[in-house]
Design a binder for this molecule. Sequence first.
Ligand code: BG6
Length: 465
Amino acid sequence: MEKKNLNVIPEGFFWGGAVTSFQTEGAWNEDGKGPSIVDSRPVKEGQSDWKTAVDFYHRYKEDIALFKEMGFNAYRTSISWSRIFPDGEGEVNEKGLQFYDDLFDEMIANGIQPVITLYHFDLPLALAEKYNGFASRKVVDLFERYARTVFKRFGKKVKYWLTFNEQNLVLTSPQFWGVSLEGAENEEALRYQVTHNAFVAHAKAVKALHELVPGGQMAGMVTYQVTYPNTCKPEDTIAHIKAKELLVDFYFDVFANGEYPTYITKDLERKGIMPVFEEGDAKILKENTVDYLSISYYQSQTVSAEKADGKWLITGLTPNPNLKTNEWGWAIDPIGLRVCLKDMYARYRLPIFITENGIGVREELNENNTVEDDYRIEYLSEHIKQMKIAMEEGVDVIGYLTWGSTDLISSGGSFEKRYGFVFVNRGETDLRDLKRYKKKSFDWYKNVIEANGERLEYTESVSVK
Ligand code: BG6
């Protein structure tokens, strides 16, 4: 009789890690790359810039060999738009395309599927300076051109794509889309216009992928900040629903249903700040919904009606006294992951790819040239457990990628917050030798992947060198 596989995680599930180009590659001005908005960001006193990062650009073969050793079958990174179009709109830079060709070939040769984000907070600087980033429809068109260029070039190598990293940050942090709000007549209206432009750009990229890459799968992605009502007062539940609509639901509703939800349109009409829909926008959103949904998940918060003063877009967020936090105040809440997976699947019935989850910690090598990162093993295993329960309860999760694989630079610019299974020997400004060292979690994750998520505990016996 055939033996039944009772593991809730199916064969072919994606295991691996996730990063971005600007937080790992370095080589910020090599081989024709133009500057991005990240390269011009002010660097805080004593902190690292993004110029060298972990030098992945020159060391990717070494890193991919380590990922293969852990058993990764997927690795998420982003393409740097300004490597491909140095000023965002002129001639294509063949050397930039070649770098990603070589990188994806190396991954595939090692059994690792590239999962690729088109845009992760690093607009070509020229497009911010000339057009105010995604505040302009010109940049939407240029994004489509860039997307079509990389789909044509890499479509045979890359099946899983994401348009924008954490697209739900566009409303609150339009600077990541190259937009300055300075001088805006109505700041809130401009925020919504940028949000709309990003939706149109996203939908145009979905359309382009489906036209150019047979079987290509495109996600819409958000950072899922789970919220709970602060108390069981009904007012807190309403405040929580409202916060959740703006934090998360708005984006998934457009990605999956192809139209603005009424809780948004009614609000925008009331305020008289409905964004300009150009002819054809509604149609393009409607006809180009996503193939799967993707999230980063790190933390949760509560929402209190009393603290919601209505002055800001998303109001009333308060820390949860029942949860421990990491050193940066992010609440550690594995059950929150299950909460969001169940909610998303019930609402949209689309496959879900967890493309970021992890814990940042200050770490240094010990005398054995490793890091005993039991806290990371605990954090990740507790989250994977909750993912598995959600899957037992029927949620279709297709993969789990941790944030970081090697250490990398924080998106806010600092090297003291380490996320990887592999320690990179550098400090904030002292690049040391950038050598790679396995942390204790390296063997743990290897064991998890080998058993397809069935063994989550750490045992000495798995620590075979
Ligand atoms: C996500 C981003 O929000 O969180 C990453 O997609 C970022 O770019 C990650 O690095 C962790 O945040 P931080 O601030 O620790 O770098």
